[in-house]
Ligand binder design. Structure first.
Ligand code: OAD
Length: 235
């Protein structure tokens, strides 16, 4: 039975109405990464960072998973050994029904207390105040996501590395492949003889090592490749 691993980025949620980071209309065109997605930016102005995250939380709350998320979840249900490694923090893979999800960059619905270290899911949006306070101790909360300059959660990274090494088919969907260490994973898969597929309307650094490239949006590419993946994982 073939192990299928999806590696996803912001592009998989684009058709759900969630903006990507880079490219035309991307978040980093309008907003400054160093102000909003670094620890230094947060400690300089936690209110501003929280306002931005809460705006994104509201957009995610209104969004629905699309067919790309759904087909990945369906494949997992049908085949079992199917995994999603995601750089996204929106939780749309889980809402589509995927259970085997590795989140490399955290989750936008999770908060972490800077005083007592409590970590919990907080789904209220808009939040009552910026920055919000810890329900346990009243301390200042931060979003439990990975910012630039911060390490990735070790357990998630190890699991992702392992899955990439052992994948038979590695499908890269909607990532620019520019942010490391996550962007290393397709290379790890390739070096270990996985069949690497890229689904992305634009060329990326990953295109050149892919065995197959679908220059399509995520939903179109996933609809196209799903029957073949279904066949392979049933072997
Ligand atoms: P990017 O915004 O860098 O890249 C999005 C990719 O999705 C681009 O290659 C687009 O061509 C592609 N794309 C756009 N629409 C698409 C669609 N409908 N279907 C398929 N692909 C589409 O997003 P990421 O690669 O996820 O990190 O960015 C990586 C990390 O950089 C993010 O996790 C975030 C960001 O800053 C942190 O915040 C730490």
């Amino acid at each position: 039975m073939a192990r299928i691993v999806f590696f996803t980025g912001a592009g998989v949620s684009a058709e759900s109405g969630i903006p990507t980071f880079r490219g035309k209309g991307g978040l980093w065109e309008k907003f400054k990464v160093e102000e909003l997605a670094t620890p230094e930016g947060f400690f300089r102005n936690p209110k501003k960072v929280w306002e931005w995250y809460d705006m994104r939380r509201q957009a995610v709350a209104k969004a629905q998973p699309n067919d790309a998320h759904r087909l990945m979840a369906r494949l997992e249900e049908e085949c079992g050994d199917v995994w999603v490694i995601t750089q996204n923090v929106d939780g749309l893979h889980q809402r589509a029904g995927s259970k085997n999800v590795i989140e490399l960059h955290g989750n936008i619905w999770r908060v972490r207390c800077l005083d007592c270290g409590a970590v919990y899911y907080e789904y209220t949006t808009p939040l009552p105040e910026y920055p919000p306070k810890c329900k346990e101790c009243g301390g200042m909360l931060r979003p439990d996501v990975v910012w630039f300059g911060e390490p990735l959660p070790m357990d998630a990274l190890e699991r992702a590395w392992d899955l990439s090494r052992t994948a038979d088919i590695f499908v890269v969907v909607g990532t620019s492949g520019l942010v490391y260490p996550a962007a290393q994973l397709p290379y790890v898969a390739k070096e270990n003889d996985a069949y690497v597929v890229e689904i992305n309307p634009e060329e990326t650094p990953i295109s050149s090592i892919a065995d197959e490239v679908l220059r399509e949006k995520a939903t179109v590419g996933m609809r196209e490749i799903y029957p073949r993946l279904r066949e392979r994982c049933g072997e």
